[in-house]
Design a protein around this ligand. Structure first.
Ligand SMILES: Nc1ncnc2c1ncn2[C@@H]1O[C@H](COP(=O)(O)O)[C@@H](O)[C@H]1OP(=O)(O)O
Ligand SMILES: [Mg+2]
Ligand SMILES: [Mg+2]
Ligand SMILES: [Mg+2]
Length: 349
């Protein structure tokens, strides 16, 4: 029994009034994601420098990854002590590096109500070692999704989802650098997306607790569609995406963005298609990279599946091992997009 988490005071609730299902889970998840997002912003302001980026030094993001996982896991565990967590990180490497560990402890303690010891923080991180699977309920966490975007000062997300009997029931994405209006990149930033299965998708800014319901776009002619893709060529085959765009008659250049922020942008109607096309035969997508985002798009009226049209299967452990890649659309052009995906993949056989 981890006694330390009892010392964390109950968190403030920000519940959308119409939410009946999973109201406590939603409120706790939102609070945990906001606190972890704050930690990431602090790390960026204090630890990321031009030198870090030029030397490709990943240590700031490492500190933020561990710190954010400690914060989210400890808040979840205090509220739901019986819920297991599938988290991306574990503490084994951190335990070998005292200097990094000390930074993680200071950072995590700067955003929780009651300070935790080093040992408590390491234990909180390792609450994330659950294997997942088909039965019961568990959380899945990506403390920083889009580590490269984080280091560039661009897009990253803190991603948390609740899975019950293999189905994603709740997703919360904190996107600290995402412009509230994509067309105003110099305007307000910081968006929090929330979806509960069957209850729609919502967005609020970091600065306000007011939520608004969001919907995917109405684009019904595939030629008018706007693609949203990874920045990293190694995460999705950009050559195949270009061929699919050409088959669909799309001429607009893609919006390139790191992390699950892409799902948020699609869910609020700023883009029409998000493709993650396999680059290797062996890579298995991780459940924490897609659970919250895929529910968000579905609840906003869109559709998600893998490149073969199979539903994403979150019941098989830590990865989506029965799936290859991801296709997410506004729904209205899903069939045409899937036809183009099939053609392009068939040409490669
Ligand atoms: N080889 C890979 N193929 C696909 N995704 C990957 C690969 N390596 C890491 N990722 C994960 O892809 C996500 C971001 O990719 P993108 O920005 O292209 O959508 C992150 O979850 C990243 O991990 P991480 O969470 O550690 O950043
Ligand atoms: Mg990730
Ligand atoms: Mg990550
Ligand atoms: Mg990672």
């Amino acid at each position: 029994m981890l006694g330390f988490v009892r010392r964390i005071r109950p968190v403030k609730r920000y519940i959308h009034m119409s939410t009946l299902l999973l109201a406590k889970e939603r409120a706790i998840a939102v609070e945990a994601v906001l606190r972890a997002s704050k930690l990431c912003q602090t790390v960026f302001q204090h630890l990321v420098s031009a030198e870090t980026i030029s030397k490709k030094d990943k240590s700031p993001v490492t500190v933020a990854d561990y710190g954010a996982q400690a914060v989210v896991n400890s808040i979840l565990h205090a509220a739901f002590p019986n819920d297991p967590i599938v988290g991306e990180e574990d503490s084994s490497e951190l335990q070998q590096n005292k200097a990094t560990c000390d930074k993680v402890v200071d950072l995590a303690n700067s955003v929780v109500d009651s300070p935790m010891s080093t040992d408590e923080i390491l234990k909180a991180i390792d609450l994330g070692m659950y294997t997942g699977g088909p039965k019961g309920r568990f959380w899945t966490l990506d403390p920083i999704d889009g580590t490269k975007g984080f280091l560039r000062g661009e897009q990253f997300a803190v991603c948390l989802a609740l899975i019950v009997d293999g189905q994603v029931q709740l997703g919360v994405l904190g996107c600290p650098n995402l412009p509230v209006e994509l067309s105003k990149p110099d305007g307000e930033r910081g968006c929090l997306f929330t979806a509960v299965k069957g209850e729609g998708a919502y967005m609020r800014t970091f600065a306000s607790t007011e939520e608004r319901r969001i919907h995917v776009s109405n684009t019904s002619n595939p030629a008018d569609a706007l693609f949203c893709e990874s920045v990293e060529a190694g995460h999705s085959s950009q050559g195949d995406a270009a061929k699919i765009a050409s088959l669909l008659g799309i001429t607009k250049p893609s919006v390139r963005m790191d992390s699950q922020c892409k799902y948020g942008v699609l869910a609020r109607g700023d883009a029409d298609i998000y493709l993650r096309l396999p680059v290797s035969a062996t890579y298995e997508e991780k459940i924490w990279d897609h659970a919250g985002g895929s529910l968000l798009v579905q609840e906003a009226g869109g559709q998600t599946c893998d490149v073969y049209g199979k539903p994403l299967d979150f019941s098989l452990g830590r990865t989506l091992r029965a799936n290859k890649g991801v296709v997410a659309t506004n729904g209205k052009i899903h069939d045409q997009v899937m036809e183009a995906v099939r053609k392009v993949l068939a040409e490669k056989q």
